[in-house]
Design a protein around this ligand. Structure first.
Ligand SMILES: Nc1ncnc2c1ncn2[C@@H]1O[C@H](COP(=O)(O)OP(=O)(O)OP(=O)(O)O)[C@@H](O)[C@H]1O
Length: 302
């Protein structure tokens, strides 16, 4: 059983703090590292892989420090986000060279290729592969030495839906086989479909931790700001102010802005109120739903 322990880890580049005092424990199964661009996910994965030294704090695997520890490196596989594969190599040559770097023979390469279901395409050059096939051959390269920890940086980015499902299945299987699998993503729904555990990063900090339901609930329960346009904004506003779901209503040139304190009740009540008043709803849309604001809320910054 492989457990990654990140204890008060920080990492800065010059005066940019990419990872800021992060503490988390990651055990077997699939963990999703969720956060917007620049949140520090890649940096954290590289710290877990031993590619980067923490500027402060400790990163251990089964209580052994990861940085500069070759015994630990032998149990970790990393699939970086950047392509990093030579297009002129065939899939077989790429995985074979990864195996040789670990001092392993062709049988290891064969097994890894079979694991990602790429045997049929292994003799084609990588430049002829689709994005999904490329990603799978990279996973094979990271699996040759049968690591107990697999780290994947934005593995589903840029894939078409069919390829994405295929890779999601593979990641799930790898987690179900007892490995400790961590992948990064900026899409909650993607993380939800693959990971049992979610760790949210925002602006270098560890903002939340839990399963999908827990994270979703925290995102939904936060105050929301809605823009509402209707056939009679004034009447609707009066009714909304009287309802406990709204924390405040203001008039703007674009319509009403309603701050809700109870998302569920508001989305339930608004159509009922409008119907009872005989008011037509023309537009109901959240104004602060961008990813950044959702994540900021989770991190307690808004
Ligand atoms: N080598 C580097 N030199 C300077 N700054 C860096 C370097 N690598 C990352 N950063 C900065 O550190 C912060 C975190 O970057 P990181 O790549 O870890 O985030 P991320 O969550 O993986 O985002 P993305 O999905 O955009 O890669 C960003 O502000 C980034 O600009």
């Amino acid at each position: 059983m492989s457990v990654i322990e990140i204890r008060q880890v920080s990492r800065w580049y010059g005066n940019v703090v990419a990872v800021n005092d992060v503490t988390m424990t990651i055990g077997p199964g699939v963990t999703g590292l969720l956060g917007p661009n620049g949140a520090g996910k890649s940096t954290l994965l590289h710290l877990m892989a031993g590619f980067l030294q923490p500027s402060g704090g400790t990163a251990t695997l089964d209580a052994k420090p990861i940085w500069k520890n070759h015994d630990v490196y032998r149990t970790i596989g990393l699939v970086p986000e950047k392509e990093g594969v030579y297009g002129f190599l065939t899939g077989w040559q790429f995985v074979q060279s990864a195996a040789r770097l670990h001092g392993l023979g062709d049988d290891a390469a064969e097994r890894a290729i079979a694991q990602v279901d790429m045997a049929a395409a292994q003799d084609r050059r990588i430049e002829t592969y689709s994005k999904g096939m490329r990603q799978r051959i990279k996973v094979a390269g990271a699996l040759v030495h049968e690591p107990s920890v697999l780290l994947l940086d934005e593995p589903f980015n840029g894939m078409d839906p069919r390829q994405r499902l295929h890779l999601m299945d593979l990641v799930r299987q790898l987690g179900a086989s007892g490995r400790t699998v961590v992948f990064s993503s900026h899409i909650l729904e993607e993380v939800e479909r693959v990971a049992q555990q979610i760790e949210v990063m925002v602006a270098g900090r560890h903002a939340a931790s839990g399963d999908y339901r827990e994270i979703r609930r925290r995102m939904t329960d936060r105050p929301h700001l809605f823009r509402v346009r209707s056939s009679d904004d004034r009447r609707l506003a009066a009714a909304l102010i009287a309802d406990t779901a709204s924390g405040g209503v203001s008039f703007t040139p674009q319509g009403l802005e309603v701050r809700t304190v109870d998302f569920r009740r508001f989305t339930h009540q608004l159509p009922r109120l409008a119907r009872d008043l005989g008011v037509r709803l023309w537009q109901v849309s959240p104004t602060d739903e961008d990813l950044e604001s959702v994540f900021s809320y989770l991190s307690g910054r808004s």
